[in-house]
Design a protein around this ligand. Structure first.
Ligand SMILES: [Zn+2]
Length: 76
C-alpha cells in the first residue's frame, strides 16, 4: 500500500508571524515556499519527512511501504 502524503508548513512559525505583522505578501510567500510534502506513517499516523526512510516517532521502516520504482532495487 502506498504511503499517504500531506502538505505541511515546516518553516519557522515566529518568522511567519513577524512577516504577517510587517509584510503580508512576504509572509504568504514564506508560508507557501516552506510547505513540504510529508508522508503519513502507517504505524503511528504522524507526518514525517518525505525523504526519511525510518519514522522518527516509532522507527517504522517507511521504505518498505514505498513503490519499488521509488528507490534502487537491492538484490541479494
Ligand atoms: Zn511512525
Amino acid at each position: 500500500m502506498p504511503l499517504q502524503t500531506e502538505k505541511e508548513f515546516t518553516g519557522d512559525m515566529g518568522l511567519l508571524i513577524v512577516g504577517i505583522l510587517f509584510c503580508l505578501p512576504y509572509a504568504i510567500y514564506y508560508y507557501v515556499s516552506n510547505k513540504e510534502t510529508m508522508v503519513i506513517c502507517p504505524q503511528c499516523q504522524e507526518s514525517v519527512n518525505k525523504q526519511a526512510s525510518i519514522c522518527r516517532y516509532c522507527d517504522e521502516d517507511l521504505d518498505q511501504h514505498r513503490p519499488s520504482g521509488d528507490r534502487d532495487e537491492v538484490i541479494n
